[in-house]
Design a protein around this ligand. Structure first.
Ligand code: FES
Length: 571
């Protein structure tokens, strides 16, 4: 039988074991310290992370399951990131959340962990932490909210905020009506109900094998979520006895399946940086080119906003995530395992599509090739990405003149200036939004279009940025340009009026400026000014150590794993 890690704290007759036990005795029986797995429940519930506020209820079901299986559940509140609240961007804090969770799991007497996440950065940070501490770990995604309605129409969280606000700017919706929609947007507990980053990361985590199969995508108010949480608690105890740690079952094949899933669901571009970061913690050689190689020819089968029509509770009633994956079974790595020990492909046998308008069968795919494309060229030597499923087909090959903004503040100050020299063929360039430059790589790349062009009926233009875009957003947006402007990338040298060539099919993004002329240019002063502000604390640490987007924007010293061993006693 495996020797429990927690026994290193609790077993024995010495003073230290006495201290560890005595302070934990708060009504729990003595048998709690006798060879029973201690399971942490890393809980990102927070009133300031509204998408995760219900996770305390979920944690109770996990606890019941842990007890039933003979373990001891221990709730561990961890750093929580509310996408809509946290400034300057939740992504600045993803690595901090991962680092803090990793360290607290390592520092405490726990044998395994159940990871409760939901809102965008929470599942990625929990997975990064679990990968580095390498304790048995399983995710319970908090689930999407139910669909709200406004004027008889379903509202997609995020996506419809962008759409309705653009209608106000275009003059086709009154501001009063826009504000009236606010109270209809969030109908229930749970995270955003579009195929945004939260939904994407929950499903991708299941494709990786880190979630009880069939659970991801269960709506937050659905009673089956609590049932699955209970089962997951029981499973966590078994994982400890089986010594099933992330390093023992997560492989390149697991990430292969995650990339296929990402394409088939039409998932968020943010999954790219998150999966790269998790793989980096595991020492798995995953690159952005893998997303193109594995995913770009995968058909898109899920008709959900922002790329399609429906919302997450529709996906669940239509058969759920496993029904989607069954359609692309032949594209999956058949050896990849799930947390239960079975092969992921073997979990697909019983899955069925109940509504082919929401989950389309393979032969009638919404898009024949939907995955993320990687672009390279003189404007992005280290790579950039685009999500063709969210883009306009007529813009996937485009040549236009740049209109450059040095920061998001510069953008907001000038975009609706009637004198701004811009038309539908222009290419909007926003820089200073990368990991170092902002700092934190915010979701600003999906720049709103100029009001004067919206009024002309224009709804999409080519946009280029070294930042990210919300998973709920849409448009022909070239993201994650690497190296970013603040790291000396050519993006810093673009001037308004330069010609830019985009060819998604060819995987190219080029600045049509002669190399000699480019060499004579210096970065725009505003770009440098924005980056040169004095910093302290986490921001200082982050800027000094953050990697570029093509490496997952992790901190250089957090890549890899340390494991769970702590050799020194605390007293
Ligand atoms: Fe939390 Fe969208 S704001 S998932």
């Amino acid at each position: 039988m495996i020797s429990l890690r927690s026994s290193g704290w609790y077993s024995g007759d010495d003073r230290n074991a006495y201290i560890h036990r005595a302070w934990m005795r708060r009504g729990i029986p003595s048998s709690s310290f006798e060879n029973r797995p201690h399971i942490a429940i890393a809980n990102t519930a927070s009133d300031l992370t509204p998408c995760n506020a219900h996770l305390t209820e979920v944690a109770q079901s996990v606890k019941n399951g842990v007890y039933e299986a003979g373990g001891i559940p221990l709730e561990l509140p961890v750093v929580s990131l509310g996408e809509t609240n946290v400034r300057p961007t939740a992504m600045l804090w993803r690595n901090m959340a991962a680092m803090a969770t990793e360290e607290m799991l390592r520092a405490n007497p726990v044998d395994g962990v159940v990871l409760l996440g939901g809102c965008d950065k929470t599942i990625p940070s929990l997975l990064m932490a679990a990968a580095s501490v390498d304790l048995p770990a399983v995710v319970v995604p908090g689930g999407p909210m139910l669909t709200g309605h406004f004027r008889g129409e379903a509202l997609g969280c995020g996506t419809d905020v962008w759409r309705l606000s653009e209608e106000v700017r275009a003059g086709t919706l009154s501001e009063a009506m826009f504000l009236t929609s606010e109270s209809s947007m969030i109908r229930s507990k749970g995270h955003c109900n579009t195929m945004g980053t939260a939904s994407t990361m929950a499903l991708v985590a299941e494709a990786l094998g880190t979630v009880l199969p069939g659970l991801a995508g269960t709506p937050a108010p659905d009673a089956r979520l609590l049932e699955a949480a209970h089962e997951t608690g029981m499973l966590a105890v078994r994982l400890v006895w089986d010594d099933r740690r992330p390093s023992t079952f997560l492989t390149k094949g697991s990430f292969h399946n995650a990339i296929v899933a990402l394409a088939a669901i039409g998932g968020s571009t943010n999954a790219v940086v998150h999966l790269l970061a998790v793989a980096g913690r595991l020492g798995i050689d995953l690159t952005i080119d893998d997303f193109d190689r594995i995913g770009s020819d995968v058909p898109m089968l899920v008709n959900l906003q922002p790329a399609g029509r429906y919302l997450m509770d529709d996906l669940h009633r239509a058969g759920g995530f496993l029904a989607v994956m069954r359609e692309v079974r032949d594209l999956l790595d058949s050896d990849a395992l799930t947390i239960t020990g079975e092969r992921f492909v073997d979990c697909l046998d019983d899955a069925r599509i109940w509504d082919p308008d929401v989950i389309t069968p393979r032969e009638s795919a919404l898009l024949p090739a939907a995955g993320i494309r990687v672009l390279r060229g003189s404007l992005a030597p280290g790579g950039a990405i685009v999500k063709p499923a969210a883009a306009s087909a007529h813009l996937l090959r485009h040549r236009g003149r740049a209109v450059v903004f040095d920061s998001i503040e510069d953008f907001h100050a000038r975009i609706d200036d009637p004198e701004l020299d811009i038309d539908a063929d222009s290419v909007m360039v926003l820089r200073g939004c990368g990991p170092k430059g902002y700092p934190g790589m915010p979701e600003v790349a999906n720049m709103p279009l100029p009001a004067k062009l919206l009024a002309q009926g224009i709804r999409d233009m080519v946009r280029i940025c070294d930042g990210r875009m919300s998973g709920t957003a849409y448009g022909t947006v070239i993201l994650h340009v690497t190296p970013e402007a603040a790291a000396g990338g050519p993006l810093a040298l673009v001037q308004t009026g330069d010609w830019i060539d985009l060819d998604v099919r060819a995987g190219r993004i080029d600045l049509d400026v002669h190399a000699d002329e480019l060499a004579a240019r210096t970065p725009g002063q505003a770009t440098l000014d924005g980056f040169a502000r004095p910093r302290r604390g986490w921001e200082r640490l982050y800027i000094d150590h953050v990697l570029q987007a093509d490496l997952g924007a992790d901190l250089d010293f957090l890549v890899g794993a340390t494991g769970s061993r702590v050799s020194r006693e605390s007293h």
